[in-house]
Design a binder for this molecule. Structure first.
Ligand code: PEP
Ligand code: MG
Length: 900
């Protein structure tokens, strides 16, 4: 006997259980589980994923499979007291796919296998001389079999069905009588023969084998391959095949079919939720042929089945310890369970149900934490549109910062500020934003850009503020001078109202009504979880408290203002992981910065720096006060230089116009010459970060002094300040050493005996820094991974361009399942982080490690940062709760307390 012949490829339902999903697929494992619970499941068997894998590898059924199917079929026939396709009293079976992971609608199903020209008569007899039912079942088999097994174009069958209805003068399938359906079977058979070159197979076992093979092959259908790539489902799992005795819900008014949930999958509320359709089969429910009735109606129609169903649902919930969804059929008053699984649910229901199950003693808090996730929490934190009425999106962009916002369109920052001051809601619409738009962004309810991705300026800043933003809506043509934009034939002028959904990226004309988030009110401290009867808030509070108790990673925030810092603290931040100081050089201070950059003499530069120093110091005082002794990582200035200079083209035009008019433009000409000199083709790879600090004397020194003086001032006032100075864009240890030497001198001088301690560390955001982390750690007291730049430079993807430009195609092709700017690319960029963490800590044991790129608030990335042993993640204030939750989940997953 060869090894293959001993492989077991077929399992009776009585042999499996719910934990065998790898082998039996989700559907098969759960059918087995229900069978073993003694629930009324039609008898059947499951062909394993291993058989499918073997078939796909060799192109033929593995040895032994045919014999095992034969044996299980015989057992099934014995159990049913009928033979497959028997002319007098046929057993019919369904052949259904069922993979390890649910792949809705991706693979095939064939019903009514076993029907042929002779057994159709036997079926009619079985059904009490119901010819109509029998011929309808037969035509369904030819249609499904033709389409899925033999690739006959489905439209041809649809067309023939429509023809039959037209001939009868009706739109309703139910008006076709037995003779009409018999005629339709003949037509279907002709269609089948025309496309396949053979007659419709009459041999039941041949039908069964071909249907099984078709399900195997559907694993590699193009749509299934694409779906797997996108969902990151491994390509080699294969699908199981379930062969199940048919039961019929369409045998008359005492039959029917339905779906049900053991709790409300929308809100999590306890109760019975479902739909029922009398005298129908499952696919009729999906096709919407007739309207379903609420499941409660079944109590009136068939009380015995209803009571039995309720009893089964309670048992299933207790058994799976979770919300279950089920499919059932009633055949002439007898209830059959066709499927169950742990049901999908909304974000709110996930929290509420997890909390309820803890109360009911069915699961513990670790398990509750495991069953919710950060993406769900994030969804619950944004105001939502109430899209009950029909609103049609006019443009689709990138959901860059979630939320829902409506307001009057404005095209400049100044106008946004003006209208907001009048108490109006505004949406700032720009081609792309830049630091000059900051005031407008603060004033606006939401931001809409026609260019840029998820890490564009608009997106990052909006997320930082928790403000709704749709970026890269490239269907929109923005015309700022004309104060209007056009989109798909509509023209929207300043003052017109639009609504933007920062979660879906959709843009609507007019005002869509919005509901605020109660979960944010809880985090803000305005809704007391002990007093509210809001089940969601209570559940969120309970699970968050547990996540905090479990997590190892600390969670800090990215904040540049006292107000952001204060909000982040309310949301649970344990410090600031990134204070971007370039944002402090805008507005009124911009002119000083321009003077500094363009200074022709030392004196001019020193003057500009001296004017900036007290302003910076005050910025830091506010932040240190707000953070009250928690660590604050202040990053020395890191703008691409062009952000601080007037735009070259505009300046050139102004100068040309002024010259034309004969005006004195000596000063403007000098400015233009300087801007030209400093113009860069690739500003993101140019004079920024530490490079700027090394090129402009005194700039970093001024900032270091401001930080140290602010810390001393706060301490002298009786507070505590823990500043950590961070040097951006370091690629070589020598850069860091140079900055550090100067900084240490200033710190020593300012701090004196005040007791203030200032750490000096670096960002790791240039691949070279990650690869020389051992050297860099000698000069750094901490590392913070700047994963935005590390992704940009690791992949060579311009962070402001690529997401809007071509990522859609990469996602479609499955090159990646999610943008690497959104979720850390573990294999590439993640590897750089791993190397840097290991080599950094080898060189300096106990080196503090954090991350402050956008990934710090991404659920999956948080798990990665936990795994590589970072000390903290830092993210925008609104992401802080998400990071806390995911850090807790990461901790329980690695300690193995996952009980499922
Ligand atoms: C980063 O690059 O990840 C980072 C945090 O810095 P910035 O986004 O300001 O370049
Ligand atoms: Mg960076």
């Amino acid at each position: 006997m060869t090894a293959h012949e001993t492989d077991k490829y077929v399992y009776d339902f009585a042999e499996g259980n719910k934990d065998l999903k790898d082998l039996l697929g989700g559907k098969g494992a759960n059918l087995a589980e229900m069978t073993n619970l003694g629930l009324p499941v039609p008898p059947g068997f499951t062909i394993t994923t291993g058989a499918c894998q073997a078939y796909l590898a060799t192109g033929r059924e593995p040895d032994g499979l045919a014999g095992q199917i034969e044996a299980h079929l015989e057992a099934l026939e014995r159990a049913m007291g009928r033979r497959l396709g028997d002319p007098q009293d046929p057993l019919l079976v369904s052949v259904r796919s069922g993979a390890r992971f649910s792949m809705p609608g991706m693979m095939e199903t064939v019903l009514n296998v076993g029907l042929n020209d002779r057994s159709v008569v036997g079926l009619s007899d079985q059904a009490g001389k119901n010819d109509r039912f029998a011929w309808d079942s037969y035509r369904r088999l030819i249609q499904m079999f033709g389409k899925t097994v033999c690739e006959v174009p489905g439209e041809e069958f649809e067309h023939a069905l429509d023809e039959a209805k037209r001939a009868k003068g009706t739109h309703d399938d139910l008006d076709l009588d037995a003779d009409d359906l018999r005629g339709l079977v003949e037509t279907y058979k002709k269609i089948f023969a025309k496309h396949t070159g053979r007659e419709f197979p009459q041999e039941p076992r041949e039908q069964l084998d071909l249907a099984i093979r078709a399900v195997f092959e559907s694993w590699n259908a193009e749509r299934a391959i694409l779906y797997r790539r996108q969902e990151r489902i491994p390509a080699d799992l294969g699908t199981a095949v379930n062969v199940v005795a048919m039961v019929f819900g369409n045998l008359g008014p005492d039959s029917g079919t339905g779906v049900a949930f053991t709790r409300d999958p929308g809100s999590g509320a306890q109760g019975i939720y479902g739909d029922y359709l009398a005298n129908a089969q499952g696919e009729d429910v999906v096709a919407g042929i007739r309207n379903t009735v609420p499941l409660q109606e079944l109590e009136r129609l068939d009380k015995t089945s209803y009571d039995q169903l309720l009893d089964i649902m309670a048992r299933l919930e207790g058994h799976y310890q979770d919300l279950c969804d089920i499919e059932f059929t009633i055949e002439r008053g007898k209830l059959w369970m066709l499927q169950t699984r742990v049901g999908k649910r909304t974000a709110a229901a996930a929290f509420v149900i997890a909390g309820q199950l803890v109360d009911e003693g069915l699961i513990d808090l670790d398990e509750a934490l495991h069953r919710v996730n950060g993406a769900q929490l994030a969804q619950l934190m944004f105001p939502r549109f109430q899209l009950d009425h029909e609103f049609e999106a006019v443009a689709q962009g990138i959901g860059a910062s979630p939320g829902a916002a409506s307001g009057a369109v404005v095209f400049t920052s100044a106008r946004a500020v003006e209208l907001a001051a009048e108490g109006k809601s505004v949406i700032l619409v720009r081609r792309e934003t830049n630091p000059d738009d900051l005031n407008g962004m603060i004033a606006a309810q939401g931001i809409l850009t026609s260019r840029g991705g998820k890490t564009s300026h608009a997106a990052v800043v909006a997320r930082g503020m928790g403000k709704t933003c749709v970026s890269g809506a490239d269907g929109i043509e923005v015309n700022v001078p004309a104060k209007r934009f056009t989109v798909g034939g509509h023209t929207v002028s300043e003052g017109d109202v639009v609504s933007i959904d920062g979660t879906t990226g959709k843009v609507y004309l007019g005002e869509v009504p919005v509901t605020p988030s109660e979960v944010v009110q809880y985090f803000e401290g305005t809704l007391d979880p002990e007093r509210t009867d809001d089940a969601l808030v209570r559940a969120v509070h309970r699970i968050m408290t547990h996540a905090d108790a479990r997590r190892r990673l600390a969670v800090r925030t990215n904040a540049d203002t006292g107000a952001d810092a204060a909000r982040a603290r309310r949301f649970g931040a344990e410090g600031i992981g990134l204070c971007r100081t370039e944002h402090m050089f805008l507005g009124d201070r911009r002119e000083l910065v321009e003077r500094l950059i363009l200074a022709a003499t030392d004196a001019e530069r020193t003057d500009a720096l001296a004017a900036l120093l007290p302003l910076q110091r005050q910025d830091f005082v506010e932040i240190f006060r707000e953070m009250a002794g928690l660590p604050v990582t202040v990053r020395l200035i890191d703008p691409p230089l062009h952000e601080f200079l007037p735009p070259l083209e505009q300046l050139a035009v102004n100068v040309a116009v002024a010259q034309e008019r004969g005006e004195d433009v000596a000063k403007e000409e000098a400015l233009l010459a300087a801007v030209r000199r400093m113009h860069e083709e690739n500003p993101m790879l140019g004079l920024r970060g530490v490079r700027l600090g090394l090129v402009i004397p005194g700039l970093f020194a001024m900032q270091v002094r401001a930080i140290a003086e602010a810390a001393v001032a706060v301490t002298r006032d009786g507070g505590t300040a823990c500043p950590e100075i961070m040097v951006p864009l370091v690629g070589a240890v020598q850069e860091l050493e140079t900055v550090r030497a100067e900084a240490e001198k200033i710190i020593a001088e300012v701090v004196g005996d005040s007791g203030v301690e200032v750490l000096i560390g670096t960002m790791i955001e240039v691949p070279r820094a990650a690869l020389t982390a051992g050297q860099i750690a000698e000069a750094a007291q901490f590392f913070s991974f700047g994963t935005n730049d590390l992704t940009q430079m690791g992949w060579g993807f311009s962070r402001d361009d690529v997401e809007g430009a071509f990522f859609w195609r990469y996602l479609e092709l499955g090159i990646f399942g999610i943008s690497p700017f959104e979720s850390i690319d573990r294999d590439g960029v993640g590897r750089l982080i791993r190397i840097a963490a290991e080599e950094g800590r080898a060189a300096r044991p106990g080196l503090k490690l954090g991350v402050c790129g956008e990934h710090g608030g991404d659920p999956d990335s948080v798990h990665f940062f936990h795994e590589v042993g970072l000390d903290y993640v830092s993210c925008s204030p609104f992401r802080v709760p998400v990071a806390r939750l995911e850090a807790g989940r990461a901790a329980i997953e690695t300690t193995g307390s996952d009980s499922r």
